[in-house]
Every structure is written in C-alpha cells, then in structure tokens.
Design a protein around this ligand. Sequence first.
Ligand code: ATP
Length: 798
Amino acid sequence: MANTTIVQLPYLELDNQGAQVRFELTQSQHILGRDHNRCDLCVPETWKVISGCHAVIKRVESGYQIFDGDGQNPSTNGLFLGQTRITSTDGYHLQNKTLIRIGQNPKNQIQLIYRNPALVEPVTTDLLTPQAIALDSARFSQQPIVIGRDPNANFQLDSPIVSRRHALVIEQPNQGYVIQDCSANGIFANGQKVNGSIALNEGLLLNIGPFTLLVEQEQLKLVDAGTQIRLDATQLVRKVKDQTGAERRLLDDISLAIEPGQFVALVGGSGAGKSTLMRTLLGIEPITAGKVLLNGNDLHSNFNIYRNQIGYVPQDDIIHRDLTVTEVLTYAAQLRLPPDANLRHVVETTLEQIEMGPRRHVLVSQLSGGQRKRISIGVELLADPKLFFLDEPTSGLDPGLDKKMMQLLRKLADQGRTIILVTHATSNINLCDRIAFLGFGGRLCYFGPPQAAGDFFEIQGDFADIYNELEKGEDSVQHWANRYYQSKQYQQYVTAHLSLNASATRFKQTPNRAKPSPIQQIRLLVQRYTQLILRDRVSLLLSMLTAPIGIMLILLANQDQQPLVTGSEADPNLAGLALKVLFVFTCAAIWIGLAGSLQEIVKEKAIYTRERLVNLGIPAYISSKVMVLGGLAIVQTGLMCLVVLIGFEAPTPEFIPWALGLSITSWLTIVSSFSLGLMVSSLVKNASQANSALPLLLLPQIIFSGVLFESVGIAKAIGWLMLSRWSIGAYGALVNINAMIPAPTTLPDGSQLKMPISTSSVYEANWSNLMTNWGVLLIMIVIYLSVASYIQKRKDLL
Ligand SMILES: Nc1ncnc2c1ncn2[C@@H]1O[C@H](COP(=O)(O)OP(=O)(O)OP(=O)(O)O)[C@@H](O)[C@H]1O
C-alpha cells in the first residue's frame, strides 16, 4: 500500500468579530483585499476595514513575508504587530501563530493570524488567546469579578498604576452586569471617567491604567495591554502672534511616525522649535492644526486617559534637593501610584533601572548634575510609562556622562519604551533609531536614521556641519524642508509608517481627570514639606528666633518702663510707647510670616508643574502649605508670646485673658502674612523676584498701619487693606491704648490742648472690636489663599 503524504500548507486566518475566513498560501505571491479584480485572497465586501488591496504576501526562503498595501502605497487602516506598523517597504516575516491586527479601533478591528501547520514547534509569540473573562462567571460564583493588580484577582492587570482591587464586576437586578470603580486612578468608559459604576453594555470600551478592555459577546476582553505606544503626528502647525501682532509659525506642517520602542532625538539650532514640538507631541502645547495620535487615539482630546502613562522629564530638575534619593522616589511613588502599591519594590526596581542603588541614601543636593537627572528620570519611571519625553537631559553634562545618559535611554527604549528627547549633544546620537532635524520656523528638514542623515544632506562631516548648513538662513531651511518632503526618505520613514485613520474621534467629549483622594495627598504633601523644612535647620532656627529676639531687643531698649499697663494716671507718652511696642509685635509677626513663605511656591515651580500634570490637586497642595506653615506659626507664636509674657508686665483686658488674646492675635498675624506671602510666591516668576518683593510688601504694611502716621482720607482706606492695621487694632484693644490717653485738657480760652496721641476707635477695648480685627484677618487669609489657588490653577498646562 502506497504511503500518502498530506501536505500541510500554511494559511492565513482572518477573524472579523467572530466571522472567519481562511486562505491557504500556495503561490509565490498573494494579494489580500476586498477588490476582486486585483486580489486573489478576497474578503467579503462588507469588511470595510480592509482596503481594496490591503496586503501583499510574498514567499521568501523560509516562509512568507507580508507587506502593507499594494506593495507601494500603504493601506488605509494598516497592519499592526502590537502597535508597530508593518510597512509596504520593509514588510514583516510571518512567524507561526503571530497575530496581526488590521485597524486600530478595537471595536471594529480584524485579526489576521498566520499559521504554518508544518512547523512542529510553534514559535512562542502566542498572542492568540487574549485575556478574557465571561461576565456570567460573576453570577455562577456568586462573587464579584475582581479586576486589579492583585495576582489573585480574577482578571489580573499588572501595572503599577493599577490598584490591587481596581474594579469589581457585579450583577445588579435592573442593570445587568456593572463595573464598580474602587481605585485611586479611576476607570474610563468610552473615554469618560466613571463615577462609581457603569453598566457593561455590549461594545463598551474601558481604560484601566494602560489597559484597554472591550465588552463583547458577554465577555470582558483585553484588547490592548498598553505595553507599547506608537505616536503619529500629522501636519502639526503652531501659530502665535508676536509682540507686533504679526503671525509667526513655531511649527510648520510637521508629520512624524514614531514606532513603539523607538529612541528618537529632536535636534536643530537654538530656537528652531524643538521644545515646542516636544511639548506638542506630549500634549501640553496647543496646536493650530494637525493631530497627535497615541495608538490611534487623539492625544489632545484623550489626555486624561494618557496622563499617567506618559513620562516627562522637563529641563529643570523635578526633585527636591533636601531629600535623599530614596525619599524623593518614595514620595513620588506615593503621590503617583495607588495607595496599595508595593512601594519598596517599585523604588528598588527604579533604583536599579537608573543605576543609582549605591547612592540611595545621599541627599540630592550632594549629587552631580548627571545623577540628579537620573533621579528625575527615575521619578518618571516609577509609573512604568511606555512613552517617555526628555527635554535636554544631557545639557551641562560632561562627554562621559552624556554617553552614559544616552546609553541608559537606549536601554530603556530596548525594554519597549518609546523615547523622545530634545538634545543639542550629538556625539552619541547614533544610539538613536530616528533623528528629527528641525530648521528655523519649526520646519522638518529630516526625519530618519541618524546614520543616513549625512547622505541626505550630502555632508560627509559630523552633525555640526548639518547644523551649520541649516543655520545659513531661511532659504537654506526652506530648501531642505522642501527637499525632504519630496524625498524617498520621507516616503520610507514617514508616509509608510503614518497611521492616521484610526479611532481619533472615538470619544466625543474630553474625559475628566481622575481625582485621587485629597486626604491622602494632603497627608503625603504635609509629610514631605515638614521633612524639607526640618532638613533646613538654619532657616528653621532663624524663623523661630527672629520674633523673640526682636522683642528682647525692645526690652533692652526700654529697661525701666512697663509700656503695656496703664499706670495710676493716664500718660500720653506711655500710650505712644505702648503703640510702638505693639507695632514691633505686628512687624515681627508679619516679617516672619512673609519671610517664611515668599519662596515656598516659586522655588518648587518645576516640581509642582510636573506633579500637577500627573494628578496633584490644588486644594491639597495649598492646604499642605497652610498646615505646615500654620503649625510652624504655632511654635513661632508660642516663643514670641513667652518672651512677651516674661519680659512685660501683663495688661488685664476685661473680656479675654491677655495671654490668650496675645497668642491668637500673633498667630493670626503670622498666618495672614504667610498667606499673603504664598499668594505672591504663586505670582512671581522666580526666586529672586520673590526676594525683591519682600521690602515692597513690608513698606505699605508699615506706612499704612496707622501707627507712624495718622490715617486719614485715602490713607485710611488703604490702611483697611493692610493686615498690619487689623493686627495692631487687635493688640491695641487688648492693651486698651485708649485708656492710657488722658482726656484733652481744656484751656482757659475754651480751646483744647492737643495731645501727642489721641484715642481711636481702632483700639477700642471691647470684645466686638477685637472680633472685628480678628475677623478681618481671617477674611484676608481666605482671600489670599483663594487667589493663590486661582493663580496656581491658571498655570495648568491642561
Ligand atoms: N508661546 C510662545 N509664544 C511666542 N513665541 C514662542 C512661544 N513658545 C516658543 N516661542 C518661540 O518659538 C521659538 C522656538 O522655541 P523652542 O523653545 O521650541 O526652541 P528650541 O529649538 O527648543 O530652542 P532651544 O534649543 O534654544 O531651547 C523661539 O524663538 C521661542 O521664542
């Protein structure tokens, strides 16, 4: 009996939402598509995601190679391996059981699988069984389906930004299956932030951390694990008006396609628009025209979904210098990750990644510039972002450190991250996969491998020569930009890779941002701020001792007099002296309040901006400042009052004990001053402006307090705006200044002898006047802090 050999042919299997077709590969070349005239592998006409001529499959020595489109022009919806686009030029060598996706919208994607039954050992890139869970398993087990990072979760989503028990799926009598949010970073359903819970209707698309899940056929399916991010930018234009009102283009029609895992450098002369382009790709710069797509989704309208998944290291360090490396990373992890995250593990892994383990206990201020940059990178790596932007991370580093930094970034890209950096240092640029050369006016003059840039510019020298070529003037830039758009490099590195027909308009409304618990944030920020203040011992000591020392100096100057108590007879000189003493109390309290707060917001501007972009809440931020400075003010008040109580004979106000009244007035004065200081700190641009503001803030407080000059007319009205006026009013009421001033003496001619000081309603010694003064100080505190919060809000990039 003759042996019959069954030849097992390789085949393509296409799956369109459950409808399947299969094509055996028998020829040396096949064409896949909807067009019956041009294709031999024809899919049903209704499969609109597939182009007329969508892919060419060519036999090569050891199997088949697939090319996008008709081999020359790319298809509309593309072929994707993960998030990497297969091109019409390079193609992709088909591996057994590899899953290729057609289109980027999970709701109408078609899956293409190549199978070669002749291969005994299938290759292990098995993406064929995407994770899925039947919704009715919640009913059968009578338990909710737990979705989260926990290894015991029914549906495990392993990412540091996913909570252990992130969400629960339960069956509800009227709604069917619903998903309940139990997380810190939230759930987005069809692009909208879920408040509480939402019904799991067919076709609902969920975003949980970097993961995308789809409700399909009574199942919850993982359609994208978010391990790869591709970036497509098309025809980006950014126009601004200059000071004369003339229009200026900062970005001029820039298109780029960056594949997952690519390391891309944006280079070009100073002012060419590199940072503007990077900020646009990052989603924080407005654009006049064009689109930026991340995995096919419009970045600008879906920014809140991507907020936690994008790493961004700005030019300024985003770390506090008075913390150790471990402290910086731990606080950042606590702020950015869910409260149940394994912080120790995340911090250890990050330290390893940035190779800073041996320096973990060193203060950031004692690190070199390059090491500090590594820590900033580490802060961003905590959330394991797959898309990473760095603005001049190597500026100011010596050549050795520059090389190390570039090697570190290369390593991070090799782990699957897409990395985009702006740089001026080109000596290690060959480590990048792509280089984008920008010319003045934000024009793209080259985008491709760095090794091929010399050929394109016909320059044999180094990159400096390309810089010089583009610096020759506007004409030169225009020449190279035009030439690039007409070049085969543009076709090969931009057109063939661009993927623009994805689900950019998938979600109509801009989703809200996820809001982590403000209590948790306040606790953390208070802890970090307290630690920072305690680290700077000299400043702390000075802020504690300034007021007590000032008051001791008064004691020294007035050794024999007791200015705060009325003697047996009213004495206008004593009243004057008492006012001077109380004025020093007010000034000392204002001084320490302002001096301790004017730098506090502006000095951490870069850190604030970055943390705000992730998830920092403004009320939590301002509250943490107020709580720590308010606590400090209690100690300052205590020390100040102690010296007053020891050094001066105490007056005896009838309506409140002196010590209590003195303490409350001093504390309110310090708090209102630091609130004013925080407001100004949020307004100024840098620390030196904050320093210069101090005398400007103090002078009106002194002049319009009503002590040095009598307040009449406009001066009186201005005085009402000064916290010194209300502080001295409260002190004066407690001491009863008016009682120290004798009644005016009537002269024989009937006229009255003018006293050097006259009584004033400001110092009326009664409860209602005291409460008015305190009340106004409280109102001022509320106003200053509200303005500070408003100014901080206005700084929002998005
Ligand atoms: N919002 C804006 N309004 C007006 N002009 C702007 C704005 N942002 C940037 N520019 C201008 O656009 C040009 C490009 O700025 P950008 O910072 O992107 O350049 P760059 O290539 O990163 O420069 P450098 O290497 O010096 O940092 C500069 O001339 C800058 O002054």
